[in-house]
Design a protein around this ligand. Structure first.
Ligand code: NAP
Length: 317
């Protein structure tokens, strides 16, 4: 039986399944392993079921025991793993695409609604009591007829586009490559970032974090947005330069932000605190029972497939 290290807690039924299929070393206290501890814990293991909180950089990967043959990441994103270093050491890296698309798109839509309709301020006022209805109480931005720019129209972006379209939004997108018409569903393609941002009354960031996309939304590119745009990010915090975004909020270039992810999680840049309109969540994209179960089972199946066949359909390196 192959031995695996599971670096974070999974839902109970998935941990039981991992134990049935492998000699699984579980992390029952859900401790956040340091890089040193992760290297220690992986001694004698054949694979690691990792999470996005594990920073598997080149230095860490190079110190993993040679017995490790697979890093099965419990996420569709794999910005926490140095793919090249893993490849050089002969370690396969896999992810969990598709199963989390719907749940993450739901949060993507929630960010758009929450930021545009001032949900944070509304919740605070309702909890405090004492608010008085008036014709101009917490006037927000209506979505109907508004242009939504999707940066990264992949699985999650396309699902957000579908829901947003049903709300009456006009969809624009930018990818490095244009989608087929059936995937576009009437959305308007921009072959460059500037083109997309200049028509984005609301921006939804849905692309992966990569060398190309880190800090893609920065002090220069923010200027392409229409004045009073709303910026949302359901992808990865590294894509937005926080200082530049906070500055844009301060001078009302940006009306509001909706963030499920941000740099240096869980430590939110304090500059966002004074913006009551900021609608910010603690990385909840895939957080439903159905989705977290499906993700863990897929991460387990990826390891199983890899050891049985020497390959895996969800291998990303
Ligand atoms: P996907 O299907 O691979 O879609 C990614 C899209 O981004 C593709 O359309 C791709 O098109 C585009 N893209 C990639 N690099 C780009 C670049 N440099 N410039 C412009 N567009 C670029 O991935 P997905 O399943 O939708 O997931 C997207 C991301 O969401 C993940 O990588 C993950 O980081 C994040 N995520 C977050 C949560 C959460 O909890 N908040 C949950 C799940 C996923 P081209 O290749 O044509 O450029």
């Amino acid at each position: 039986m192959k031995k695996i290290l599971v670096t974070r807690r999974l839902l109970r039924s998935c941990e039981d399944r991992a134990k049935e299929m492998f000699d699984a070393n579980l992390n029952l206290n859900d401790e956040l392993y340091s890089q040193k501890k992760l290297i220690e814990m992986s001694q004698g293991c054949d694979g690691i079921l990792s999470a996005l909180t594990d920073k598997l950089d080149a230095d860490t990967i190079n110190q993993l025991p040679n017995s490790i043959k697979i890093l099965s990441n419990f996420a569709v994103g794999f910005g926490n793993i140095d793919l090249e270093a893993a490849k050089n050491k002969g370690i396969a890296v896999t992810n969990t695409p598709d199963v989390l698309t719907d749940a993450t798109a739901e949060i993507g839509v929630l960010l758009i609604l929450g930021a545009c309709r001032r949900a944070s301020e509304g919740i605070e006022q309702a909890r405090q009591g004492g608010w008085v209805w008036s014709a101009d109480l917490l006037i927000g931005k209506q979505l109907t007829g508004t242009r939504l720019g999707i940066l990264g129209m992949g699985r999650i972006g396309q699902k957000i586009a579908k829901v947003a379209k049903s709300l009456g939004m006009i969809i624009h997108y930018h990818n490095r490559s244009k989608l087929s018409e059936d995937k576009e569903q009437g959305a308007i393609y921009h072959d460059n970032l500037k083109g997309l941002l200049s028509v984005s009354d609301v921006l939804s960031v849905c692309c992966p974090a990569s060398k190309e996309t880190i800090d893609m939304i920065n002090k220069d590119t923010i200027e392409y947005l229409p004045k009073g745009a709303v910026v949302t990010n359901v992808a990865r915090g590294d894509i937005i330069e926080d200082e530049a975004m906070i500055d844009a909020l301060n001078r009302r270039k940006v009306y509001a932000v909706g963030l499920d992810v941000y740099k240096n999680e869980p430590h939110l840049n304090k500059g966002y605190y004074k913006h009551k309109s900021a609608f910010i969540l603690p990385h909840l994209g895939s957080a439903t029972k159905e989705t977290r179960t499906a993700m863990a089972n897929l991460a387990i199946d990826n390891i199983d497939e890899f050891f049985k066949t020497g390959n895996c359909k969800n291998k990303v390196n």
